[in-house]
Design a protein around this ligand. Sequence first.
Ligand code: BG6
Length: 454
Amino acid sequence: MGKGRVLFIFGGTGDLARRKIYPVLQRIMKRGKLKDVKAIYALSRAGFERGYLDTLDPDLAKLIRFQPFDVTNREDYRTLEKEISNFPGDELIFYLALPPHLFGTTIVHTGSVLRHFLNPRKIVIEKPFGFDLESARKLNFQLRRYFTEREIYRIDHFLGKVSIQNILSFRFSNYIFEGIWNKNFVDNVQISALETVGLEGRSSYYDRVGALRDMIQNHLLQILCFLAMEPPAVMDPERIRDEKVKVLSSVRKIKPEEVDRYAVRGSYRGYEEDLGRPSSTETYACVKVFIDNFRWEGVPFYLRTGKRLKEKKTQAVITFKEIPGNFGKLIGCMPERNRIAFEIAPGNRVILSFQMMPPTGFLSCPLESRMEVSLEDTFGGEVPDAYETLIEDILDGDQTLFIREDESEIAWEIVQPILDRWSEGRPPLYEPGTWGPKEAEEFIRRDGREWVLV
Ligand code: BG6
């Protein structure tokens, strides 16, 4: 048999593996892409739920080998070593589908085993990369001890979403928007990831993490990068990631004594009951960020996210400046601002909101009108699952949509002062089914603005 690949999935019978990894591998396989995969090891303490493998395509199920495995037990890595020795020269892909507190030990032990082999290798880990700046640095240190950056795939699944990738394509393939994509025209940018779900059986993870770490440090800052970055000199993974790093490095650092002016947290009423114990973890967070560079200086970027809110909606909205007051006087009203929205959920849409004269008369107050384009309607067919894109990229060795070491650390630097401040005190409460705490409304109103969804 010629050279091939072998997948080792730590946590291979767990939730992420069952819900995402195998179904995606199945779809990729149907497209004829897994031909060179010789085996898929599901390494886990517990076996598959009865009947699970029968739900998979037989061709895929036949490749999956369950191996009882405790990632904290050194002995188990001897078995891993033995298995690896059966695949000389094949590419080894290690996927850590594990709770984040097990990353460190798994990396170190696997890395030690790999010292005995010359096989090409890749390691895949999922956000959160660390718990704060210090632990992120430690995690990166552990990774870099055993793997090169070219071998490391840090997944932020939002980057696998087509409507987030479209932000870059939209910006850099249309001339008409580029000229207005800056502080001269843009009043503010809002990135919202609002959810109706609560803890969903992940309470021990979520309560340790909270909304700021779970969503803002990674997903929302990634969207911010795509919205704010400069076009790369060439469309190459490293150059694209360099531009994202430049944006993150230009984000104004929040001083510890300023945190309350830049960030608000909240917790939904009933969170402690759902959790079964007292907690001061935030389930809602909003942050105001400034990017101190030539393009964006003075334009606030508002990032917000929360659980148990009124609607599931993930949108990035660019609001343009108000028209000059004199013109407002002429038509007897101040028209709504122009907006461009990238909707990521529930739809995959781009929405342009602008003003039109109503048929009632010339120079009467214009009405808000919109143009909407859905990716599905335009291109037909279904938009692929984020994991499908990412897992294919891992197989292909394309790192564009993965988080680089420096990127993850700079993103932690941005949120660290807020984390420090929020380690004390308790978040204010908000009612489930609303848009979050009233403090968040007051926060944006103080800037003379409102939260918007288009
Ligand atoms: C995950 C968070 O990374 O993203 C979850 O841990 C959140 O708390 C989820 O619900 C949201 O992702 P999506 O793709 O459903 O918008």
